[in-house]
Design a binder for this molecule. Structure first.
Ligand code: ADE
Length: 246
């Protein structure tokens, strides 16, 4: 997986991504990352990349030409035209299934905006995917781009070690992960649930599945509607919730 980021703040992307698990994957060559400074493609006296919006209004807009040239500098090196993801609160809201789909690409270009946005015409020419990371407004697209790259990276084979493997955790099957415990057996008077110390793997698996279902019902009822529970599990949950009300 090769990530290419078009940004006014390349050091922010490089500092963030060259840390921890993504940093290790980049060093090992499982991922590659380039951060292209859009300002390097502003061929005017002060390397200016923004200007006032036609029609008036607050703030400045990033101009089309430097963005286009920055994109071209990446695209012309590649055999196939890669998808270009523009980070914007106006995009489709990012989710795990989107990460899985994007992880299948060989190259991805992320376009990070700043100021009040980017001239619409260059977006029309180069952007293939408009993606938001949630219903709130940030100062730029760099953090959202890093959120996407982090999430996509961990789905790229070889990026996570076996120990970090991400198969049975939150959002697999639209269920949240069960609670986990490590040593000591008792901490602040709180004991690790006995079943986890029992060594009975079938019972442990059953308990964990039930905990996932309960937790999702409590914390993310919206997700639970999409979870594939058996009829028996739905019945169990109903009984369990009745029990809670008593
Ligand atoms: N740029 C600013 N806010 C954003 C958001 N919530 N998602 C994606 N890009 C953004």
């Amino acid at each position: 997986m090769n990530f290419h980021v078009l940004t006014l703040f390349p050091e922010m992307i490089l500092n963030g991504m060259n840390t921890s698990i993504t940093g290790r994957a980049i060093a090992a060559g499982r991922l590659s990352l380039e951060a292209v400074n859009i300002r390097d493609f502003a061929f005017n006296k002060h390397q200016k990349v923004d200007d006032y919006p036609y029609g008036g209004g607050a703030g400045m807009l990033m101009q089309a030409e430097p963005v286009y040239l920055a994109w071209q500098s990446v695209a012309e090196k590649l055999e196939r035209k890669p998808r270009v993801v523009y980070l914007t609160p106006q995009g489709q809201v990012f989710r795990q299934s989107m990460a899985a789909e994007l992880a299948g690409e060989e190259d991805l270009i992320f376009l990070c905006g700043h100021y009040e946005g980017i001239d619409e015409r260059v977006l029309e020419e180069i952007v293939t995917d408009y993606v938001s990371i949630g219903d709130y407004v940030l100062t730029g697209g760099e953090l959202p781009a890093m959120v996407l790259m982090d999430c996509i990276s961990r789905m790229v084979p070889g990026v996570l070690s076996n120990q970090e493997s991400g198969e049975t955790e939150s959002f697999a099957g639209n269920l949240l992960e069960y609670p986990q415990y490590s040593r000591p057996e008792e901490w602040h008077g709180r004991r690790v649930p006995d079943i986890l110390l029992s060594g009975h793997h079938a019972n442990i698996d059953k308990w964990r599945r039930e905990q996932s279902i309960l937790r999702t019902a409590q914390r993310r009822p919206d997700l639970l509607k999409k979870a594939d529970l058996t009829n028996k599990e739905w019945a169990w949950l109903k009984a369990e919730r009745k029990q809670e009300e008593l």
